[in-house]
Design a protein around this ligand. Structure first.
Ligand code: ATR
Length: 286
């Protein structure tokens, strides 16, 4: 049996165990995947991670509020994928086997990846929504937006605008991302405040944390798109209703959740997941 955990606070609501169990069943692997609560401080996080891998654990997912802490942990002790570096956040932890085989101690061989943005892109592609040459607006300039930018550019997005309530945060984000990745630096990313986000886009992505707060985004009257994506999932989201009423195709972020999980599972086990089939299997569960 291979052991996995998802570390978060709170963690009781996490769907990761059932998602990964469906993946394991699909490829015929025997796994045990648990929710791991952790007190909200970096020392506790480090202890949990070390205890898990010392105990023979294969892989850990990291969720709110530890993605940046996990990034710091990997900077200090091991390595980071390009996507984790640029995102400044880690959602997938594993041990670097090549380093372990060379005799490096386990605490120095922690490797962090970030599959969130690629999970988003894979889901959008699976919906049949075109990204190549697309004009895309991201609303929000926090961690979720940060993780989405590089994968979107890699997917061939032509024009990218980042709109945020606090304009200066969007500007800082673009400056930091451009410095972190030549791929992003070569791209001319626009920034604007929420009320200046107007006109026609192919795709608008909500990457704010507003989804479940009951507040609504101040979307301009003449802002339109063909496709609207909310990185949140769950209840009916006002952002999606707004654009559905204007005949856009819409999706919430449940497919992104499965997509990022599939990529984590693939990093850990080497198996490739049929995400469409896994999604169907999950829908059939009570
Ligand atoms: P996450 O890691 O989920 O992205 P975050 O880093 O706290 O969370 O970022 C939250 C994002 O949601 C920010 O872009 C924030 O806008 P500000 O930078 O102006 O704070 C945005 N956000 C949160 N609540 C909002 C609201 N009520 N209206 C508009 N934007 C909101």
């Amino acid at each position: 049996t291979q052991h996995f955990i998802v570390i978060g606070n709170p963690i009781a609501h996490s769907k990761s165990p059932e998602i990964h169990q469906v993946f394991a069943t699909q490829v015929g692997l025997d796994i045990h995947y648990e929710r791991q609560y952790c007190p909200d401080d970096s020392d506790s996080f480090t202890s949990v991670v070390e205890a898990f891998f010392h105990g023979g654990g294969v892989g850990a997912n990291v969720t709110v509020p530890f993605k940046q802490v996990a990034y710091d942990c990997c900077v200090a002790r091991g390595g980071l994928s390009e996507h984790a570096k640029v995102a400044g956040a880690v959602n997938t932890l594993l041990l670097n086997k090549a380093l372990l085989e060379r005799g490096v101690p386990m605490t120095e061989a922690l490797y962090g990846d970030n599959t969130d943005g690629q999970g988003l892109v894979n889901h959008i592609v699976s919906l049949g929504w075109p990204l190549k040459q697309a004009r895309v607006a991201i609303i929000g300039a926090g961690g979720a937006a940060r993780g989405a930018v590089l994968p979107l550019i890699e997917a061939g997005v032509q024009q990218l605008t980042i709109a945020n309530r606090t304009l200066s945060k969007a500007q800082t984000l673009v400056t930091e991302l451009s410095a972190a990745s030549p791929h992003i630096g070569a791209h001319d990313i626009q920034t604007c405040s929420m009320h200046d986000l107007t006109g026609q886009y192919d795709l608008i992505i909500n990457a704010t944390s507003i989804g479940l707060s009951g507040d609504t985004l101040p979307l301009a009257e003449d802002l339109n798109c063909q496709y609207a994506y909310d990185m949140m999932y769950g209840r009916t989201l006002p952002f999606l209703q707004h654009f559905k009423a204007r005949t856009a195709q819409i999706s919430d972020g449940y497919g992104m959740l499965i997509g990022q999980a599939a990529l984590s599972f693939e990093r850990w086990t080497g198996y490739t997941i049929d995400v469409a089939q896994a999604t169907e299997a999950l829908q059939q569960k009570p």
